[in-house]
Design a protein around this ligand. Structure first.
Ligand code: HEM
Length: 229
């Protein structure tokens, strides 16, 4: 099994697909959670408190981080091997419709933009919340008064127009990455039927649009609120 996953192209694609679908699941939960901040800061902070530094959260974060790392490492391996195998004609042969071509050819570049966003995002939120709680648990003398006040950190982050623009650019990259990733994952897992191809592609586009729409709504609403304050 190990050799299959490491050595065969199908095995590697399968790992990409499973970790990708797992990350989409995380994003779905994360977006739904963030929507709560639009309605009630108290309710949002209660969720942050619930998901704060405890053993379940630590295991969850470790699994999530492993999912990201495996997805990225396999993406690099697959891209390098595909380029080696196909040389300069790497996009010549394809059965995909033109509309998905752009995203498909730029998955690595889109992934790098998403990764850069993730570093900035973790600095904005995780480093000020869960990381501080972890430092506190380890006995460090840190200020823990804001570690579960997610609503405050959202308000602070999105009152800065630079962050708003950076987040919205990253969300566009994430939208393209997800639209391609979704149907590609299902295809790698065995769904390769012509009738279903367009349906799955459209479901992927609709799903990514709802996800990114939800994330963007939070950014835009909090930015507008900051202007009115
Ligand atoms: C409006 C957009 C977003 C908001 C308001 C938001 C908010 C937050 C907050 C408050 C945390 C800290 C939770 C805690 O430590 O208790 C967090 C963590 C995190 N976010 Fe986001 N997020 C957004 C979009 C995204 C996107 C698009 C991604 C992925 C591409 C993402 C990935 C993560 C990850 C990996 C963590 C660390 C794990 C965790 O604490 O759950 N976030 N986010």
């Amino acid at each position: 099994m190990n050799l299959f996953i490491l050595n065969s192209s199908i095995g590697r694609k399968l790992v990409m697909s499973i970790t990708g679908l797992f990350l989409i699941l995380f994003l779905t939960f994360h977006m739904c959670m963030n929507l709560v901040a639009l309605f009630s800061a108290e309710a949002y902070n209660m969720i942050c408190e619930f998901l704060g530094a405890n053993w379940y959260a630590l295991v969850g974060t470790a699994i999530l981080a492993a999912g990201f790392i495996i997805h990225i490492i396999y993406a690099l391996i697959l891209t390098i091997q595909n380029r080696k195998a196909r040389g300069n004609d790497r996009y010549d042969v394809t059965s995909r419709p033109k509309s998905v071509e752009w995203a498909s050819q730029n998955m690595l570049a889109l992934g790098i933009v998403v990764l850069a966003f993730l570093a900035l995002h973790l600095y904005h939120f995780w480093a000020k919340m869960q990381l501080v709680e972890l430092q506190h648990m380890a006995g460090a003398n840190v200020d823990t008064s804001m570690v579960t006040n997610g609503a405050y950190h959202i308000q602070q982050t999105f009152s800065n127009p630079v962050n708003v623009v950076l987040y919205l650019i990253a969300f566009c990259a994430l939208w393209f990455h997800l639209t391609h990733g979704f149907w590609s994952a299902l295809q790698s897992m065995g769904l390769d039927n012509k009738t279903w191809f367009n349906r799955v592609k459209n479901i992927g586009i609709a799903y990514a649009t709802v996800l990114i729409g939800g994330f963007s709504l939070v950014v835009i609403v909090f930015f507008i609120k900051s202007l009115c304050a």
